[in-house]
Design a protein. Structure first.
Length: 278
């Protein structure tokens, strides 16, 4: 193969490369089509009670339309509130402890052990204990158990991401601050925070769907009357498969929107993290 042929082939491959958003759209369409085909053929049989366990996409869309905006807004507003509270508390504590480790390095082992413990303990076991400890919320109010589990779901990821980012600072820049009499706190403010920003933002982005999932799981234990969790339980007990799937899909959409919004914020705040486009 000559050099000209190799260059032509390389240009051809680059020309047919699809943008990331189009690849994602095509992947989503493919998944929906596969789901539709399987639901209409392999999983088309009706189970006990005359219920089809896996409804087709049109059945789920029809259920979303029939349930109405008020139904989803009423339930998701509670869960989003719980997830937001847990997100702020969990990430805030994780960032505070990570910054403290840079000022007092001896605390790194303690902070990492705490993060690992929160990650390894099953959420189900913690949820059972929280139901006994945290008071039952009033009807329509967010659940403290759900907020706690949402905070727990994001703590480990943010601690690890923040510590890795804070340690990624350029050693020469840190030495310059030290030579001019700067303290560890000055190094943290002037150098480490800027170097850690991309890693911290990525951790905060990943924490969005984790917080929502933790809030939904917490609602299964928190004895709440409104929220995605109680709505799913009611749909399961009524053998309403389309509504269960509708709630699951809307939950995924909400988590995806939050993830995308944090990704947009990351691009605006730290554009250098994505590198130069060629």
């Amino acid at each position: 193969m000559t050099t000209d042929q190799a260059m032509t082939r390389g240009l051809t491959r680059r020309a047919v490369r699809l943008p990331a958003w189009l690849t994602g759209v095509l992947g989503g369409v493919g998944i929906i089509l596969l789901w539709w085909v399987l639901a209409a053929t392999v999983f088309a049989r009706v189970g006990p009670g005359g219920v089809q366990a896996i409804p087709t996409p049109p059945q789920v869309v029809a259920e979303i339309v029939d349930s109405g905006w008020s139904y989803f807004a009423r339930n998701f507003s509670v869960t989003i509130s719980e997830a937001g509270t847990g997100y702020l508390w969990g990430n805030g504590l994780a960032l505070l402890l990570s910054a403290l480790v840079l000022v007092v390095p001896r605390l790194e082992g303690v902070v990492m052990q705490l993060a690992i413990i929160t990650y390894c303990i099953p959420i189900v076991a913690i949820g059972m204990l929280l139901v006994v400890i945290i008071p039952v919320p009033k009807p329509g109010e967010p659940s403290g158990t759900a907020s706690f589990l949402a905070a727990l779901a994001v703590f480990f990821t943010t601690v690890v991401g923040a510590l890795l980012g804070l340690k990624a600072a350029d050693r020469a820049s840190l030495d310059v601050v030290a030579v001019y009499g700067g303290s560890r706190l000055t190094q943290l403010r002037k150098i480490r925070l800027i170097a850690a920003l991309p890693s911290v933002l990525n951790a905060l982005q990943i924490a969005v769907p984790a917080a929502f999932l933790g809030a939904v799981l917490g609602e299964f234990f928190g004895k709440v009357e409104l929220g995605v969790g109680p709505a799913m339980i009611a749909a399961q007990q009524a053998l309403d498969a389309p509504r269960v799937w509708a709630l699951a899909l809307v939950s995924g959409a909400v988590a995806l929107v939050g993830y995308a919004l944090l990704g947009l914020v990351a691009r605006l705040v730290a554009p250098w993290a994505k590198g130069a486009r060629r």
